[in-house]
Design a protein around this ligand. Structure first.
Ligand code: ATP
Ligand code: MG
Length: 507
C-alpha cells in the first residue's frame, strides 16, 4: 500500500521536518491507503503555521481562512501518465486545528490552531478519517538518473491511531470520533458525509453513530444547499447509490432535503408493479446501467410525480401525466439544490420523455425520427438507459428485451435522416431562387411542412422532389401552411397519448 505514496508527497513532508516542524499524512488519504484504495488527494497536517509553510515552499498558495496551504509539486506519476502536459499537482498542508464553535452549524466561527497532532485528530469527523501517518527513515532511490519516473521510495512509517480507526476500517465501520451527537451538532455537514461514506465505501454505520444521525437529522437544514448537493452527487455516483439514498431516508434526512422523494414511501402502485413508488425509485437507481450523473438522477426521480397523479386504489390505479408533471417537479428540486443548468436541462428532458412509446410491430422509422427530433440524437442513448433502469427497477428480469434492441438498431439506421429544417436537402435560398419567393415567413412555413413530410418518409429528402413539392405548397396561403405543419405534429401527439394510455404500463 505504501508504494502508493508519491515521492513528491514524501519530499514535502521531509522538507517540513527538516525545518524543525512535525509533518504527517492525514485524513482520507490514510484511510484509502489502509483500505487498499488509491487516494485521490493528499493532505498533510503540521504544527508549522501557514506563513511558515509558505516561506518553505515559495511556489505555494494560501488563499483560504482554514489554515490550508496548497504546495505545488511535480505531477504524480499516475497523473503524468494520464496527461503528460499536466503542470503540477498539489499537496494540501494544513496547520493543526481544534474544534471551535459552530454557531450557525455550517462552519466554525473562527479557525483555532492547535499545538498538537492529538488535538488535530480529535476534531476530525470519523475514526477512519482520524489516522495520521509519519514517514521515518526515508531514502529516495533514483534507479535511472535520466528518468524522473524511476524514483523508488524506500522508507519506514509509523501510524498514529488514537481512536481505533484501523480496526474500524478493517471491520468496515463508520464511527464518529468522540460523542457522535456532539459532533453532528457542531457541524451538520458530517451527517451527509457519514451517509456518503456509507455509499462510497460500503461501510456500515456503527449503532451509536446511526442513532445520533437520526436524532440530529433536522440539523441538515442549516447546511447550505450547494454542500448538500455536492454530497448527494457523490452518493448518486457511488458504487452503492441506492443504499446511500435509503440511508438518507432511514435517518430522516431525506424528508428534509428531498421531501418529493419521501412522498413515495409506502405508496403502492398498481397491477404492473410489485414495488411501492419509493422502492421502485431506489431500484431504478440501483439498476441504472449508466454512470452518468444525469441519467442516474433521472432514474431516481423519473416517477417523482406518481404520488400526486395517482388516481384510484389497488390494482387499477393510474398515474396519467406523471411524466410531464414529474419533469416540472424535478426542475424545481434540482434548482433548489443549486445544480447547474446543464444538469437540470438534461434530467428534465429525460424525465419528461421517459414514457416514450416503442413497439416494433407498430412503430416504424418515422416515429423513431420523431423521437430523435423531440429529444435530440445525443440524448437517445441516455433515454434508453433510463428505460432499462425503469424496467429492471420494476423487477423485470430482462434489461434489454428485443424491443429495445430493435429500437437501437432503428436509431442507428435513421440517425443520419433529417429531423430538423437544416438537415433538409433544400434551404430558404433554394426556395427564393426557384420559386421566386421574396424573403418572409412563408419560406419558413414551407420548410416546416417539408420537414414534417420528410420525417414521415425519408426518401422525400432529395432536392428534386422537395422543389416539386415546394411549388405545390407555394399555392397555399401562410395560415394553411402553418396548419399543415401543426396538424402533423398534433396528429402524432394524439397518437402518442392514446398509445401510452392504452397500452403502456400506466394503464
Ligand atoms: P474524500 O476526499 O474522499 O471526499 P476525505 O475524507 O478526504 O474524503 P476531505 O473533505 O478531503 O474528505 O477532508 C479531508 C479530511 O478532513 C477528512 O478525512 C477528515 O479528517 C477531515 N474533515 C473534512 N471535513 C470534515 C468535517 N466536516 N468535520 C470534521 N472533519 C472533517
Ligand atoms: Mg480528501
Amino acid at each position: 500500500m505504501l508504494s502508493k505514496i508519491p515521492c513528491e508527497v514524501i519530499e514535502v513532508l521531509k522538507k517540513i521536518e527538516k525545518a524543525g516542524f512535525e509533518a504527517y499524512i492525514v485524513g482520507g488519504c490514510v484511510r484509502d491507503l489502509l483500505f487498499q484504495k488509491t487516494p485521490k488527494d493528499w493532505d498533510c497536517a503540521t504544527d508549522a503555521t501557514p506563513t511558515q509553510i509558505v516561506e518553505l515552499f515559495p511556489d505555494s498558495f494560501y488563499e483560504n481562512e482554514f489554515g490550508t496551504v496548497g504546495v505545488k509539486v511535480k505531477p504524480f506519476l499516475e497523473a503524468r501518465e494520464l496527461n503528460p502536459l499536466r503542470e503540477h499537482d498539489v499537496v494540501e498542508v494544513t496547520t493543526y486545528r481544534i474544534e471551535s464553535a459552530y454557531s450557525d452549524r455550517r462552519r466554525p466561527d473562527e479557525v483555532k490552531f492547535a499545538k498538537t497532532l492529538e488535538e488535530d485528530l480529535s476534531r476530525r469527523d470519523f475514526t477512519m478519517n482520524a489516522i495520521a501517518l509519519k514517514i521515518t527513515n526515508y531514502k529516495l532511490q533514483i534507479t535511472n538518473k535520466n528518468s524522473e519516473s524511476e524514483k523508488n521510495n524506500n522508507f519506514e512509517y509509523e501510524i498514529v491511531d488514537l481512536f481505533g480507526g484501523q480496526a474500524d476500517i478493517k471491520s468496515k465501520i463508520i464511527r464518529a470520533v468522540g460523542d457522535a451527537g456532539e459532533r453532528f451538532g457542531e457541524d451538520a455537514l458530517r451527517i451527509m458525509r457519514a451517509i456518503r461514506f456509507h455509499a462510497q465505501l460500503g461501510f456500515q454505520i456503527e449503532p451509536d453513530t446511526f442513532q445520533a444521525l437520526q436524532k440530529n437529522a433536522a440539523l441538515i437544514s442549516h447546511v447550505a444547499n450547494e454542500r448538500i448537493k455536492d454530497e448527494l452527487v457523490k452518493i448518486v455516483l457511488s458504487d452503492n447509490p441506492a443504499e446511500g439514498i435509503d440511508m438518507l431516508q432511514k435517518t430522516g434526512v431525506l424528508k428534509i432535503i428531498l421531501p418529493e422523494l419521501e412522498n413515495g414511501v409506502g405508496v403502492a402502485q398498481n397491477k404492473h408493479h410489485i414495488y411501492t413508488i419509493y422502492q421502485h425509485c431506489l431500484m431504478s437507481l440501483k439498476k441504472c446501467p449508466s454512470r452518468k450523473l444525469e441519467v442516474r438522477l433521472a432514474a431516481l426521480f423519473h416517477d417523482i410525480a406518481k404520488p400526486q397523479t395517482k388516481r384510484g386504489e389497488g390494482l387499477n390505479a393510474t398515474f396519467y401525466n406523471h411524466d410531464h408533471l414529474g419533469a416540472r417537479i424535478v426542475e424545481k428540486m434540482l434548482r433548489r439544490l443549486k445544480f447547474s443548468n446543464d444538469v437540470i436541462d438534461k434530467v428534465v428532458l429525460l424525465v419528461d420523455n421517459h414514457m416514450f412509446y416503442y413497439n416494433p410491430e407498430e412503430v416504424g422509422e418515422a416515429s423513431v425520427r420523431k423521437l430523435i427530433k423531440k429529444v435530440g440524437l445525443e440524448n437517445v442513448k441516455d433515454l434508453i438507459d433510463l428505460r432499462i433502469a425503469d424496467r429492471l427497477g420494476s423487477g423485470t428480469p430482462k434489461a434489454k428485451p428485443y424491443k429495445l434492441r430493435h429500437l437501437e438498431y432503428l436509431i442507428e439506421k435513421v440517425s443520419k435522416d433529417a429531423v430538423s429544417v437544416k438537415m433538409l436537402k433544400i434551404n430558404g435560398r433554394d426556395l427564393m431562387q426557384n420559386l421566386k419567393l421574396a424573403p418572409g415567413p412563408k419560406i419558413g412555413a414551407i420548410l416546416d411542412v417539408l420537414l414534417a413530410e420528410v420525417i414521415e418518409d425519408a426518401e422525400k429528402n432529395n432536392k428534386e422532389s422537395l422543389l416539386i413539392r415546394a411549388k405545390q405548397l407555394d399555392g397555399e396561403d401562410l395560415p394553411k401552411l402553418r396548419e399543415m405543419a401543426k396538424e402533423k405534429i398534433e396528429e402524432k401527439k394524439e397518437e402518442d397519448d392514446q398509445e401510452i394510455k392504452g397500452k403502456y404500463w400506466v394503464k
